[in-house]
Design a binder for this molecule. Sequence first.
Ligand SMILES: Cc1cc2nc3c(=O)[nH]c(=O)nc-3n(C[C@H](O)[C@H](O)[C@H](O)COP(=O)(O)O)c2cc1C
Length: 149
Amino acid sequence: MTALIVCTSVSHGNTRRVADVMGEVLGARVVAPDEVDPAELSSYDIVGFGSGIFNMSFHPDLLKFVDRLPDGASARAFVFCTSGFPEPAVRRYTHNLSGRLASKGYDVIDVFSCRSFDTWWPFKPFGGIHKDRPNDADLDAARAFARRL
Ligand SMILES: Cc1cc2nc3c(=O)[nH]c(=O)nc-3n(C[C@H](O)[C@H](O)[C@H](O)COP(=O)(O)O)c2cc1C
């Protein structure tokens, strides 16, 4: 199975750490959106798309990249994110990204999410929350997720 992981990780490298362990399991290259030609993605059996969550959404660089993908992909995909809080029912950002990918022809087979070091401004005066995450257990969960794909 050929795999590629497209990851935007700009805040603390939290999502990149998750992407890297998934990439080790899948034998996949991990790239930022500006490091890969969208047309290249059709040559992979499965593609992962992930970023941190910013203002209840995936990072704009990742979303813009997905919007530039050619239609009719006919490939499998997975979505992953790191965030300070679990996804709220009122704003299903993983569903939103999965829907965008489905509109490009991707079959999104699974989603992974974990808590992570978060220095969004309300938490900054206290040094942020979840300082030690993603931790070993989170990275083990990411590896297990990748093995199941
Ligand atoms: C400006 C800003 C906005 C954020 N907004 C959210 C949010 O809406 N929901 C949430 O759960 N976490 C939020 N976070 C926390 C990030 O999602 C978290 O730190 C993530 O792991 C960053 O990923 P990265 O280090 O890979 O860029 C925010 C962080 C920053 C700095």
